[in-house]
Design a protein around this ligand. Structure first.
Ligand SMILES: Cc1ncc(COP(=O)(O)O)c(C=O)c1O
Length: 390
């Protein structure tokens, strides 16, 4: 396998090289980015503030932190803005690596391992044990029976006789909610007991923006009562600015002050900061996004489930993890010839080549993907379909 095989979704240069076309010609289902954006308000703000690139940005990102403080009803000094959630994840992992060990649910976003290993953390993984070698219909059955498998797995790990409460109290926990790549979600009520078990809990809520009602799930409202909690959020996905980069952390001011000392003082540029302020004020764009997702998500899920050999897992987020009866690599390659990019899961060691992840895009784009999938899955030359064994 090439060392240049992407570790993340959205690697359009790689996809274009495979497909022999321009990156702009690829329809990208591999990165879970809002297809309605970037909003006009954000583009306008970027244009309006272009002249300001001749000065250093405000290292405190004051106006954006003010807007976030209002949005979340959290004091400003509990908020730190970063060059994407990915930058703040690095500092969260540096903090975590100072603890005895770090518990990690797997499969996990690959940057968790990258950032933890960079600081020599001792990592203890808890595998969600997704089915790999079952035929599609059994996977669908498993998914029905195992609804909330993220929660069950967390509960099982806390109640396991081998769980060492003393060890946990000196250790950290890094969680992703909603969870990438499965799309599973845990409720706030389910997560709260974990805050009492671990010395530090980092919850990456990079996809939380896509839930119209996040109160029952997000831990942001718990932050002031729990100095050992860190919540990470991303603005790149919802506002479609992954190339600009913007995210923030909400945590105790002492912790954030320490991260600020560790990092480059100007990691958030002028244009990203203004884009964030404009996006947060754009209520119309937010509403349009929720309306789009409410229609396009069930459409894509039903379309995927109707295809023989594929099983999309239920998802709370704007993407689906899909089990495939055969290796997805040939399928990915064939779709690329039609300029469609899906995310293989080769970088998730626990999933291998039987899963792919797709973002929810506009209804017309979803139809294009579904038609191409139907086409490729029925192509005998690709030998993708395998008889269902159940
Ligand atoms: C779970 C998760 N956390 C964080 C990030 C990084 O987000 P950002 O683009 O804001 O750095 C990603 C990006 O794909 C992600 O999937």
């Amino acid at each position: 396998m090439s060392i240049f095989r992407p570790q993340h979704g959205g690697n359009l240069s790689w996809a274009a090289a495979q497909a022999g076309c321009l990156p702009t010609e690829i329809l990208d289902f591999s990165a879970s980015i809002n297809p309605l954006g970037p909003p006009q308000s954000v583009l306008k703000a970027i244009r309006q503030h272009l002249d300001e690139i001749s000065s250093y940005p405000d290292p405190a990102s004051t106006i954006l932190r003010q807007a976030l403080s209002q949005l979340h009803q959290v004091p400003m000094d509990w908020i730190l803005v970063g060059n994407g959630a990915a930058e703040l994840l690095t500092w969260a992992c540096r903090s975590l690596s100072e603890l005895k060990q770090v518990h990690l649910v797997t499969p996990a976003f690959s940057d968790y391992g990258r950032a933890l290993r960079a600081f020599g953390a001792k990592i203890l993984t808890h595998n969600l044990n997704l089915p790999i070698d079952l035929p599609s219909r059994s996977v669908a059955l498993w998914a029905d029976l195992s609804e909330d498998f993220l929660l069950r797995s967390l509960a099982a790990f806390l109640s396991d006789p081998s769980f060492d409460a003393q060890e946990a109290s000196a250790s950290g926990l890094l969680l992703n909610n909603p969870h990438n790549p499965t799309g599973q979600i845990a409720t706030k009520a389910d997560l709260l007991p974990l805050l009492d078990c671990f010395s530090q809990v980092v919850v990456d809520e990079a996809f939380m923006e896509f839930l119209p009602q996040e109160d029952a799930y997000s831990l942001v409202g718990e932050i002031e009562a729990h100095p050992n909690l860190v919540v990470l959020r991303s603005l790149t996905k919802f506002y479609s600015i992954p190339g600009l980069r913007l995210g923030y952390a909400i945590a105790h001011p002492d912790r954030l002050a320490q991260w600020q000392q560790w990092r480059d003082p100007w990691s958030v540029n002028v244009l990203a900061m203004q884009a964030g302020v404009a996006g947060l004020q754009d209520i119309a764009f937010q509403g349009a996004t929720y309306d789009w997702l409410a229609a396009a998500k069930p459409q894509l899920q039903a379309g995927l489930a109707a295809l023989s050999g594929l099983t999309p897992l239920p998802s709370a987020a704007n993407f689906f993890l899909v089990h495939c009866d055969a290796s997805v690599l040939a399928l990915q390659k064939a779709l690329l010839q039609q300029r469609l990019l899906i995310r293989d899961c080769m970088s998730f060691a626990e999933l291998g080549d039987r899963y792919f992840r797709v973002a929810v895009r506009t209804e017309a784009e979803n139809v294009r993907l579904l038609q191409a999938l139907a086409d490729k899955l029925s192509d005998p030359l690709l030998s993708l379909s395998r008889p269902n064994l159940t």
